[in-house]
Every structure is written in structure tokens, then in C-alpha cells.
Design a protein around this ligand. Structure first.
Ligand code: G1P
Length: 306
């Protein structure tokens, strides 16, 4: 299999779970400590030897482009102040990565977003990163998938076990064959099944290595009830046309940063990995009195008449 150097990042979604914040600011720029969520995705890509990122955007998402574009005035100012290290992570990205932005004119689903980038991918396999899923791991999640893709010469999707009550929030795989404790050959995939009808509790988490055959399948599947093209349906279609697909239980901690609670968990989880933040956050989590010292306790408020 030729090297996989391209990845699609669908970032056109409205971010309704984060309204009103996402009215004017893309959810992909939500900060996790001092970096926006999408920067974690790009860094994972670079650490997996992916260097070309095709970001699918929509109206109101241009701040993503500004984030990765060089800003000469800021760089000069920081240089004068001897503070260039504040943006060194972005400089590293600018040196190693190429970005191309593709506008998705209508919100017609994840499948349509991927299809919008069809002209950028040739005959090769490519990666897909869903930016709501931040995965922190020793070996980058995408690199884990690429290793399997090279070994099996086939498409691979990342999965994790979820409690059965939660399967209706995910695409779920049906297992054809278990090859190792973490590797499965897939027979089909179902998008957001009812708990009772779910083929397993192995949920797709937002990393894929896909064959370019996915584009032909995306052209042949029907839209769902909401009028959206589902990537999951195209993956099933591709499998029924004799393309093998594997699922790998990804090793790492995954956060769904597309909703406020998942985002808070990501911040706490990442802060606990950060040498400067960790002691403060550990103390905070262990010390009930400390939390109470900055929490408004309505029962203790005495109303004084002026
Ligand atoms: C998307 C995919 C779904 C996958 C999930 C992972 O759903 O359609 O198959 O399991 O991402 O986060 P969404 O969360 O965008 O509804």
C-alpha cells in the first residue's frame, strides 16, 4: 500500500450541541487548555505522517483558516518581545502541513462532506478525522489504524466499546471475524441503531482509513430520512461490493468535545497530563473545600435590604 499522506477533516457541522457559542465561532476552535480542538487533530495527523489536510468548511468557519495561516504582524511582535515560543506549535505545523479548504455549501451529512473532497484524492487510501473526537494516546490513533491498513491492505475504522445504552449515538459495527483481541473484520455497519437492534457495542469513533472506492459508494447510496448522506452507509455499500473493511479497537482516551460535558472532561483530562496544570487540577479535584471556595452557594446568601 502506498504511503497515506492525505486526510479529510469534515468541519462544516453547525455545532448545534454548543449553541449559542457556535453561532459565530466554529466549534472546532473550542480551546482545550491553550490549543483549539482542531489543532490536536492536525498534530495527531502529523505524528502519523499525514501532511496534507483537506478541511471541509461551511459558512462562518473562516477562523479555522486564520488559525493555521501565518500571521506576520503577530510573529514580528512576538519576536521583538522574545516570545516566539508562544506560537512555536503553530510554526511547526506551518512547516510540515499543507491545508486546503473545501466549502460544503449545504449541510447534507458526513457522507456528503467526504464526497465534497473527492477530487483531491487519487487512487490512494486516505485518512478521515472527525474533529469532535479528540483521542489522546501514546501511539497516535491514526497511526494505529494506518499500521493495520498496511498490514491488511484494506480500509480500517476505529472503534471503542461503549455501554449498550449509548449505541444509538454512534455508527456500530457488525463483526464478521475476530482476528485478535482488538482487530475485527467487519460484515456491515449501522448508523445510530436502536439498542435492541444493535449488532454489537463496538462504536465507531472518529478515525478512518478509507479506500478511494468509498467515493463510488457515496454516489450510489440514498440519503437518510433527514436527507443526509451517511458515511456509514457508504462503508457498508463498499463492503457489499467486495471491499474488505476492518475495525480496530483504538488504544487511547477519547473525548467527545462536541458537547459541553465531553469538552469539560477533555479539558480536565488534558490538564491532568500537563506538568504545569496537573498539580492544580489534582488539588482541585481532591479538595472539596477548595471547590466550595469558588462555588456560589445560594443557601448561604443572606439578602440585605439596601
Ligand atoms: C458521526 C458518525 C458516527 C460515529 C460518530 C463518532 O456521528 O456518523 O458513525 O460513530 O460520528 O463520533 P455524529 O456524532 O456526527 O452524529
Amino acid at each position: 500500500m502506498a504511503d497515506v499522506v492525505k486526510a479529510i477533516i469534515p468541519a462544516g457541522g453547525l455545532g448545534t450541541r454548543f449553541l449559542p457559542f457556535t453561532k459565530a465561532v466554529p466549534k472546532e476552535l473550542l480551546p482545550i487548555l491553550n490549543k483549539p480542538a482542531i489543532q490536536y487533530i492536525v498534530e495527531e495527523g502529523l505524528a502519523s505522517d499525514i501532511s496534507q489536510f483537506f478541511v471541509i468548511t461551511s459558512k462562518g468557519k473562516s477562523a479555522i483558516e486564520d488559525h493555521f495561516d501565518p500571521n506576520v504582524e503577530l510573529e514580528l511582535l512576538l519576536k521583538e518581545r522574545n516570545q516566539l515560543d508562544l506560537i512555536s506549535s503553530l510554526e511547526r505545523i506551518a512547516r510540515a502541513a499543507q491545508f486546503c479548504y473545501i466549502r460544503q455549501s449545504e449541510p447534507l451529512g458526513l457522507g456528503h462532506a467526504i464526497w465534497s473532497a473527492r477530487h483531491t484524492i487519487g487512487k490512494e487510501y486516505f485518512g478521515v478525522f472527525l474533529p469532535d473526537d479528540i483521542i489522546i494516546s501514546k501511539v497516535p490513533a491514526m497511526l494505529q489504524l494506518l499500521k493495520i491498513a498496511r498490514q491488511e491492505k484494506a480500509s480500517v475504522i476505529a472503534v471503542q466499546e461503549v455501554p449498550i445504552e449509548q449505541v444509538s449515538s454512534y455508527g456500530v459495527i457488525s463483526i464478521k471475524k475476530q482476528l485478535t483481541p482488538n482487530l475485527f473484520q467487519v460484515s456491515h455497519v449501522v448508523e445510530k441503531p436502536d439498542q435492541k437492534e444493535s449488532p454489537s457495542n463496538l462504536a465507531i469513533v472518529g478515525r478512518y482509513v478509507l479506500s478511494n472506492k468509498i467515493f463510488a459508494s457515496l454516489e450510489q447510496i440514498e440519503a437518510d430520512k433527514k436527507g443526509e448522506l451517511q458515511l456509514t452507509d457508504a462503508i457498508s455499500h463498499m463492503m457489499h461490493n467486495n471491499e474488505k473493511v476492518f475495525a480496530f479497537k483504538i488504544q487511547g482516551m477519547r473525548y467527545d468535545v462536541g458537547n459541553p460535558i465531553g469538552w469539560i472532561k477533555a479539558i480536565i483530562g488534558c490538564a491532568l497530563q500537563d506538568p504545569q496544570c496537573a498539580p492544580h487540577i489534582t488539588k482541585l479535584l481532591e479538595d472539596r473545600d477548595l471547590i466550595e471556595s469558588f462555588t456560589l452557594n445560594r443557601s448561604k446568601i443572606v439578602e440585605h435590604s439596601l
